[in-house]
Design a protein around this ligand. Sequence first.
Ligand SMILES: [Mg+2]
Length: 390
Amino acid sequence: MKDYKDTRKHKESRPVVAICYDFDKTLTPDNMQEQGYIQAVGYEKSSEFWNESNALAENNDMDQNLAYMYMMLTMARGKVLFTKDTLRDKGKDISFFPGVVEWFDRIRQYGEERGVKVEHYIISSGLKEMIEGTKVADEFENIYASSFYYDEKGVAVWPAQVVNYTGKTQFLFRIEKGTLNINDPSVNESFDPDEVRVPFRNIIYIGDSDTDVPCMKLVTTNGGHSIAVYNPTTNDKTQAYKMMREGRIKYYAPADYSEGNELDEIVKSIIDRTAANEELERIYSDKRKEQRSVDENQSKEDRAKAEMILALDNSRNYATTHSVIALLKSVSDWSQAESDELFRIGAENSQVKGVLRDYDVKTFYQKLLNKAKSLNDNAKEIRKIIMEEK
Ligand SMILES: [Mg+2]
């Protein structure tokens, strides 16, 4: 089996924010196939292509993405040579919403200045080859999208990957864990929370339609940030309102990626919050590591004894004190440090001090005094109290 180690990304010393984008109508005003390809294979209106494609899916219980890929392939016959280069070429014609081209580097820079590494990812049902032809292709750490398998002449013959809307969610787990290769099976392994590269709280998902709902929901319910965008020309917020109403998203904004616009403000605020929040998370992680290493170096018995001593110190009523004393009596080998701590509690904790002459408490401390190699002031004080006549 192939080793995917080289394709894995590991936890960084600084926090990573992953911004995941749907492609069509999130970064671009139109579906990618409508920006030249559909016209080239002979359709005047792109709606005719989609109607045929969706009917093909419906009439044959076919996945909608497999249907459009089949349509693209068959409709190209005799009209265009259906190769990777052709698709990449068509990708060059794709136009973007305002500010998209400059967005990626600008936001990366913004994160850099705040100690946060910003990474951009595409998760799209569209075609990877077309996205790879666009001028923003190099901005992404990874492009997860549908793609074709090409024969030895470079002609597309079969779908290699189909990314449908529920399948989109698997890529969020890949980004979370850094297991980026689509065939790397370790995406299903469980990771220690400290080793997770991009926790969901640091994932931003930006999308526009119902096909983004599973991803948005997954990100939102795990403490991340889902943003719906809408076309700034039509200003139609119907879909955004629906997603908000149904709890899929936290924010919505026009798909205008220019500096100073609402989307820019929201994403920058998320980066600011991540920088502050991750500092606290780092402290939490350090503390957890310290406690774990103490636990590892302590036997079960020693930990149980330490917890009993703590329970005695914390006992807030006499019934509890007596029941903790009963537990303490079952232990016979107290270390000097443990004995000293028990003496301190007996001498200083008024709850315990008040019952020192009760039979069970008295016999427990008597035994402890007899066994102790040396008696400190607390021990001497206890001896004095329990020797006094009532
Ligand atoms: Mg879309």
